[in-house]
Design a protein around this ligand. Sequence first.
Ligand code: C5P
Length: 232
Amino acid sequence: MGKDVIIACDFDSAQKTFEFLDKFTGVKPFVKIGMELYYAEGPEIVREIKRRGHKIFLDLKLHDIPNTVKKSMAVLSRLDVDMTNLHAGGTGRMMSAAIEGLTRPDGTRPLLIAVTQLTSTDEETMRADLLIERPIDEVVMHYASVAKASGLDGVVCSPLEAAKVHGSCGKDFLTVTPGVRFADGDVGDQKRVMTPAEAKKIGSDYIVVGRPITASADPVAAYERCVREFVD
Ligand code: C5P
């Protein structure tokens, strides 16, 4: 299980997405479809990318009452995605309901990953806006342990947190890590970044890479460089 590069297809239309994916002739990368593309194009974009032979991480970050999440996860499971996610803040009961909804009659299901605290939320904002007084590290590790106890497969986290998550939840609990940049590349708006090679060393299971590949003059070469540094 694991060790793969997932390309964040943060495009606002199917046309731009396919123009991008058409550049990959020899390989079929694992791709992440987020809210922007899904809300623009609907479930058909998932079916079409799947038909083209890609694995899909559907990044819709569900957070609602357990019954609604369970029924929505059943719909996503029928779309045959390989990985999807939710907010751990929805509680353990919501996460267990999500697992039930995702599980197909034959017992199989997509991987389910939790978002703990968004990396855009810092400790000060957490205290001021959410009235959470504990240190953010402790909050992230606690949410990860509740996710694990609810039957989830892993968490989305910064590569800097991956080792700690593996330390407290076990090495089989997956860490899916964005915030990846090449050593000689643009950091953009990401604050705490790691190279693919560093993410490998620290034990990330999947890296999610967007602009270093999608905005590159040669996306295929950039993707292959990620694979060389992270997987091979
Ligand atoms: O372009 P870039 O490599 O920064 O893209 C990273 C992807 O991972 C984006 O789709 C972004 O929304 C997502 N992401 C992130 N940080 C998180 C969670 C998700 O950058 N904490």
